[in-house]
Ligand binder design. Structure first.
Ligand code: 5GP
Ligand code: ZN
Length: 120
């Protein structure tokens, strides 16, 4: 698996070649606001490594996936999602054509905030 794909939109965002509204960045992950939000809070958490989808995740990615999943609750709270159980958030990883995936670089949608939402 390539570390970065020069034709991949999210690799370009990760590299800062395409601007985005950054929520968080560290050595392994960049999180930024979705350009077309469905909910009052809607950001994407994107591993810097070019992994095409969840279908490509294996045991070698366990630490990275653990990092992403432990980061999300903190970022959701920072972005204004109210506390569980009244508040909360939704995590979505569309995978493949039938999973509704459009950008083939692994990413986790994090959505929250007061309802109704535009979708979902
Ligand atoms: P998918 O359908 O692959 O799970 O979701 C891709 C998401 O990326 C969509 O929600 C879409 O709005 C978002 N997106 C597509 N292009 C850009 C972009 O250039 N910048 C940002 N910030 N989000 C994007
Ligand atoms: Zn990529």
């Amino acid at each position: 698996m390539t570390v970065s794909d020069p034709n991949c939109l999210f690799c370009k965002i990760v590299a800062g070649q395409i601007p985005s509204k950054t929520v968080h960045e560290d050595d392994h992950v960049r999180a930024f606001h979705d350009i077309n939000p469905w909910a009052p809070v809607h950001f994407l958490v994107v591993p810097k490594l070019h992994i095409p989808s969840m279908a490509h995740v294996g045991p070698e990615h366990a630490a990275l996936m653990g990092h992403v999943m432990t980061l999300i609750p903190r970022l959701a709270a920072e972005q204004g999602c109210r506390p569980y159980p009244e508040g909360g958030f939704r995590i979505v990883a569309n995978t493949g054509a039938e999973g509704g995936q459009e950008i083939h670089h692994l990413h986790f949608h994090v959505m929250g905030g007061p309802r109704p939402w535009l979708r979902g």
